[in-house]
Structures are given as C-alpha cells and as structure tokens.
Design a binder for this molecule. Sequence first.
Ligand code: NAD
Ligand code: GLY
Length: 351
Amino acid sequence: MTRLVHVSAPSGSYEVKIGSGLLPAIGQEVRAVTKAQRCAVVSGTNVYPLYGDAVHSSLECAGFETVSLVFPAGEQTKCLERYGELLNFLTYNRFTRSDCVVALGGGVTGDLAGFAAATYQRGVPYVQVPTTLLAAVDSSVGGKTAIDLPAGKNQVGAFYQPSLVLCDTDTLQTLPERELRAGYAEVIKYAVLGDPALFEALKNRSVDLPAVIETCVRRKAEIVAEDERDTGKRRLLNLGHSFGHAVESRSAYALLHGEAVAVGTAMICRAAQSRGLLSEADRDAVIALLRDYGLPTETTYSADELLDTLRLDKKISGGKLHLVVPREIGRCDILPVPEEELRAWLEAGLR
Ligand code: NAD
Ligand code: GLY
C-alpha cells in the first residue's frame, strides 16, 4: 500500500509517496514529474552502497542518463566546501535547468542536495528520497534546504520545494538503531505540537511506522501550505529546536540532530512548567516519552554556553527569539522572547 500526501505550498505542489518497495519504481516516478534527460544522484557513503544501484538501474530503465556524487556521511558534509563541490560536479557534467537532482539519504543529503538544486542555475528540479525516519517525517518535506557555516547551523539556505518525495519505508530496515531513535524525537515533536492521539499511541508502542510517517507528513503539509516561509505557524515545527540547535552546535555534532531536539524539547518543557505554562504532569509525560524512546533529555552545557550559541540563531529577529512553548500535550504557543530573557529560560530548562 502506498500512502499519498499532497503538499500544496504557494511556490509549488507535489506528492509525498510513502510505502514499501517504492525505490525500484523511482525511474517512472521521476519521469512523471520532470522533463529531465539526466539525473544526478547525490548520496552518502553509508546509503549509496545499499541503495545506489537500485536507484540508478530504475532511472536508467526509465530512460535517464545518470551520474552520482557520494559524500562522506555526517553533518560535516553540510558545508560550503561540499556545496561548491556539488555545484562544480553539476557544471562539469553539463547539467541544465531541465535536469534533475535526486537526493538519496537522510536530512544531511536532502538539505545539501536541495540547496544545490535551489541555487544551481537559479534552480533545477530535485526529488527527495529520504532514507532516515527523521528525513521521512520532517526534513524531506516542506522545502527548507540549507548548509552550515562554522559559525552556525543552517545559516545559508533557501526555501525550495522538491518535485516529489519518495519514501521507501524498506530503507528504514538498514537504519542504525541510534538513528531510528533520533528520528522519533521529531515524531514526538508532532505529537506534542498537535496530536494527543499520536502521543498515546507512541506511549503504548501501538505505532505502525508508515502510518506514523503519513500522520507527521500530513501535519507538516498543512502547516507548510499555510506558512511556507516560516513567518508564522511554521515556527511551531521548531519545538525543541531553538535550545536543541544550541546543544547540537555546542557538541560539535557529536549529538545527532534528533538527540539534540530531544534535549531541547525536554528543556522547553521544564522552562514552560517553571513559568506555570505547562502542568507538571504533562512535562513529566513528555520527558518520560523521550526517555522511553532512548533519547537524551539532559545536557551538561551551562546556560551561558548555550546562550553564546543561541545568540547566533538566525531565528532571533528584532532582538526576540520565537520560542515554541508547550501548553499541554497537543497544544503549543509561539512566544516572542526578548534576548535578555533567554538566559532565564535556559536556566529553567536546565534545572
Ligand atoms: P543524516 O542525514 O546524517 O543520516 C543519519 C545517518 O544514517 C548517516 O550516517 C547516514 O549515512 C545514515 N543513513 C541514512 N539512511 C540510512 C539507511 N537507510 N540505512 C543505513 N544508514 C543510513 O541525519 P538525519 O537525522 O536524517 O538528518 C539530520 C539533518 O537534517 C540535520 O542536518 C538537520 O539540520 C536536518 N534537518 C532538516 C530539516 C529541514 O526541514 N530541512 C528538518 C529537520 C532536520
Ligand atoms: N523542520 C522545521 C521546518 O521544516 O520548518
């Protein structure tokens, strides 16, 4: 069974297809959404050996010429140097605006390849093929693409929607356990944001992964349709991310993105509870769920260390950071918090 979610963003509409056995049909799927003659498969050193052949042969059967570029796995690949390498690769291979980039991998591959696609010749079509849970439920959908700078995460990027997202859930079978757990941090995010039923199902472990992916993608699609460029409702998707990004950057990416989001979610729940905005019971339930999925909920960084990093957050504008604050399980508010109050929020989050 293939699950379909339609994303209707102001700058472009596309399908997210979720299900088992989709990879061998990628050629026909890409054919249906682009006029490309050539596809550049961008992937990572862990994923490409597992799925590269299947993708190439399907694309070639559908009549595409294919080339591939494989980067070292890991967040360090989301950098200016690799981005430049990818742009040069497309140029040397004489890619034109009507050709297509295929991002085969997790969020790192999707963010890097998506940003290259957004900017190469002012934009070429790209297809997201997420192979991690995190990428399936979040990063492959919605068109946020970015690379990191030494000074900060996701500092350079573009909103650029893919032409298709093809999520073959079979690929999740080879995902290392730690990466799967990290993906659950984003799933728990969606539950805390707006889905108490999903929260209960996660608690009871009565979840079917393709159904969970569909639920999360549907929620994201609704939000992106309303606020593609992150000026309002989309900020909700940053639950756990403001403090999480600071923890992630401080750890020099020793913590996985999802793990850092879990710490950030626990921190904002503690801070919200200490201000009377969230009940103790809901704070404890969120933290217990994160721990139950093997995710970290504490950090040893001090409020001052995190504040230094947080000050570089691109989401601070007009001297304020929009914090996503849980009010109860299934409901969060966006609070503009003045920069000078952030230390107190962080301190409360660390307690
Ligand atoms: P990732 O891309 O680094 O992948 C995790 C690891 O798993 C890597 O080592 C990868 O090689 C390996 N891997 C991937 N799929 C595999 C598979 N099927 N089998 C075996 N190994 C596999 O990490 P991620 O968690 O997918 O993504 C994190 C990135 O996503 C961060 O850079 C984060 O900033 C970004 N992100 C972006 C958005 C967005 O909206 N654009 C949203 C959330 C996160
Ligand atoms: N991952 C946050 C967003 O897509 O807005």
